[in-house]
Design a protein around this ligand. Structure first.
Ligand code: AMP
Length: 461
């Protein structure tokens, strides 16, 4: 590369990586409101917040979510821990020295010892279970009720409502019993949260996907039936007959809908215990006044779910309309090396939740400043600085221009920022101690002493 070209390259503009985006004001106000509501509502159900790390051992996700799932096999941002690269290189060199080619083979076959893969978390349930085990939370009063919020990472094809860095708000109930009332209360909590946000067009779908006893039998039956109609299915579904036949039920392909409608339904193949559990979950939901729809085709994309599964859709999201997914995952903690533990949880897609709120006009209007301080002159500046401090202390949003402006320009600026009031401070005001307050909506003006001004603003904002 010539020097000129290198310089040009240096000056290129950076852009956010595909599938990631900046959340900006005023939209971030809505994000904050949503998150604040989550903190409040979840606390009323006795949940405490957990903040697990953003990256974990890749193996944690592979083991819990399942190697065959799209999330693990295709979408995870997984990489060797850079701290180990030096060590790997030393090992490579030493292998190459003793037997040329051996080092290269070890790299190619991914068998160099000491290299640990880490992954940006694609979801947080595995992390919460890991933390439950790591901190011996089974010693605490059971069940342990935790919630989290934060970014997740999946290398999916970006589209509306689907990002590579997206945000989830989720909760997990770990330990204790698998009483159906727990399932119902968890669902009730999400619905209460959505209700508080006035999310529109909320639809709750529920299903039971059985347990380790009855599900494999159903899956085999499903596989056998699918094999009979294999050539009528698309390539994705054909592949899934082998890897995960349940996922065929998820298919949105128009041509497959007729065939899927004729497949055996899991509700007819649940074992007695699972059938009883499912019936009781529905009863408990009705007790709580939670409206649901049974959807026998609802299966979840992650391997660890069993029995109760649910999904919530909302208005204005097009094909990516699932705003929350969840279910029971008894056995997951055990799978990760912990004691036998019951578990149930959900994850809300915060990006989609926000999108739906915006589409239905539930987003708050951008908040302008309360007061713009238009000052002129050295003495007025000192007063303006003090006034800004006092007004902010009283909780008002204040814009204090850093440089003197002509009053006309200052008022124009106040208008552009959507300020409710302009506080005019010039030599006259400082000398008399009577400050001028202009209401920008109607242009009216009134004079106030410093004390009366605070009182007046409190009443009118
Ligand atoms: P899952 O962890 O796959 O059960 O997803 C739970 C929820 O997270 C979904 O219902 C979506 O609302 C949201 N979600 C999953 N993947 C994405 C993504 N790539 N972009 C935005 N939201 C997502």
């Amino acid at each position: 590369m010539s020097e000129g070209a290198a310089k040009k390259e240096d000056r290129r503009k950076f852009q956010a990586i595909r599938g990631t985006r900046d959340l900006l004001p005023p939209e971030t106000e809505l994000w904050n409101r949503v998150e604040q509501t989550a903190h409040e509502v979840f606390a009323t159900f006795g949940f405490g917040e957990i903040r697990p790390p953003i990256f974990e051992e890749t193996e944690l996700f592979a083991r819990s979510i399942g190697e065959e799932t799209d999330v693990v096999s295709k979408e995870m941002y997984s990489f060797p821990d850079p701290l180990d690269l030096g060590e790997m290189y030393a090992q490579y060199r030493s292998l190459e020295t003793t037997s040329p080619g051996a080092g290269q083979f070890a790299v190619w076959a991914n068998i160099l010892p000491g290299s640990q893969l880490i992954a940006a978390r694609p979801e947080a349930t595995a992390s919460v279970c890991r933390a439950y085990i790591e901190h011996g939370m089974q010693q605490l009063p059971q069940p342990v009720k935790l919630y989290y919020l934060g970014p997740m990472f999946r290398r999916e094809r970006p589209q509306k409502g689907r990002y590579r860095q997206f945000y989830q708000i989720g909760a997990e109930v770990l330990g204790g019993s698998d009483a159906p009332a727990i399932d119902a209360e968890v669902i009730e909590m999400v619905m209460t949260f959505f209700d508080r946000l006035e999310l529109q067009g909320v639809q709750l779908d529920i299903n039971s996907i059985g347990c380790r006893d009855c599900r494999p039998k159903y899956v085999e039956l499903l596989r056998a039936e699918l094999l009979k109609v294999k050539d009528k299915l698309g390539p994705d579904s054909q592949r899934r007959i082998e890897t995960n036949p349940l996922r065929v039920l998820d298919s949105k392909l128009e041509s497959e809908q007729g065939i899927i409608a004729t497949l055996p339904r899991i509700a007819d193949h649940l074992c007695e215990e699972c059938a009883k559990h499912y019936a009781e979950v529905k009863h408990q939901l009705r007790l709580r006044g939670v409206m649901y729809r049974e959807n026998w085709r609802l299966v979840r994309g992650l391997d660890y779910y069993m029995r109760t599964t649910f999904e919530i859709t909302a208005q204005g999201l097009g094909s990516q309309n699932a705003v929350c997914g969840g279910g029971r995952y008894d056995g997951l903690v055990e799978l990760l090396g912990g004691p036998p533990t019951k578990g149930i949880g959900f994850a809300i897609g915060e990006d989609r939740l926000i999108l739906s709120l915006q589409e239905s006009g539930k987003a708050p209007a951008a908040q302008g400043r309360d007061v713009y301080i238009a000052w002129m002159g050295e003495r007025a500046h000192a007063t303006a600085v003090r006034a800004a401090k006092d007004l902010r202390k009283a909780g008002f949003s204040v814009e204090l221009p850093p440089m003197e402006q002509k009053f006309g320009k200052a008022l124009g600026q106040a208008d552009k920022l959507g300020a409710r009031f302009a506080l005019i401070l010039g030599d006259n005001e400082v000398a008399s101690g009577e400050w001028t307050l202009k209401t920008l909506a109607d242009g009216s003006q009134a004079k106030f002493t410093e004390r009366d001004l605070l009182e007046h603003l409190r009443k009118s904002l």
